[in-house]
Design a protein around this ligand. Structure first.
Ligand code: SF4
Length: 216
């Protein structure tokens, strides 16, 4: 029987073959823009977030302008991403807090980041991973689904358990990139509905019955 260590090596090799350049798909040019973009990405797609941040960050090019922005204007700009009222208030509040409490810096401080409005463990992990290269990964719907299908975690595991199990299993020097590769794999290949099992090289280690019609 294949151990999880061998399994993860096989998965890493295949995802490297499929997505050698996997990276964050949110557009940003400043650290705080990444933080705001990740916060805004809850319950929507990166494509939609990029559409609104292209307008938002051009009109409000620094934290000072965001902190003093008219919330009605922010709401009008980010309306397409949903839950825009809450997210608009979060944008203004985060800008104010970073200016007053951190001199405008996004700090490498989990406790502080998680205390910001609209910022939870998932957003914090993305920030610590991308900005500070900490060996952490954020478990979203794609990472979770793919990890269950490949037998790396159990179906009943909650998000924190999945994060802990994956962090223990994945070599530290691979975790940042593999995080993006797992998202790409779930987003474009091992999709929730109609995954592309017929061309998936992991079909023999996959545990999901959805692959059965494609087994030889
Ligand atoms: S065989 Fe299908 S369900 Fe299994 S990992 Fe590959 S694409 Fe996903």
């Amino acid at each position: 029987m294949m151990t999880k260590k061998i399994l993860i090596t096989e998965i890493i090799d295949y995802l490297e073959e499929l997505f050698p350049n996997a990276d964050c798909e949110l557009n940003y040019s400043k650290d705080y823009e990444l933080l705001l973009a990740v916060m805004m990405s809850a319950q929507t797609t990166d494509v939609r977030v990029n559409m609104v941040t292209a307008i938002l960050f051009k009109k409000y090019p620094n934290l000072e302008s965001l902190a003093n922005a008219d919330i009605e204007d922010i709401m009008a700009i980010i309306k397409p991403i949903g839950t825009y009222k809450k997210k608009s208030q979060n944008i203004i509040d985060i800008a104010n807090k970073l200016l007053k409490e951190q001199n405008g810096i996004v700090p490498q401080d989990r406790e502080y980041l998680e205390s910001l409005p609209g910022v939870g463990r998932k957003t914090t992990n993305v920030i610590l991973s991308i900005l500070y290269k900490e060996p952490v990964l954020a478990v979203d719907t794609h990472v979770s689904r793919v990890s269950v299908r490949l037998g790396l975690v159990n179906k009943k595991d909650d998000v924190l358990t999945i994060e802990k199990k994956l962090t223990k299993l994945i070599p530290k020097d691979k975790i940042n990139k593999l995080h993006h590769q797992l998202i790409f794999f779930g987003r474009y290949h091992c999709k929730a509905r109609n995954p592309e099992c017929q061309k998936c090289k992991l079909i023999n280690i996959c545990k999901d019955d959805i692959r059965k019609p494609f087994l030889h």
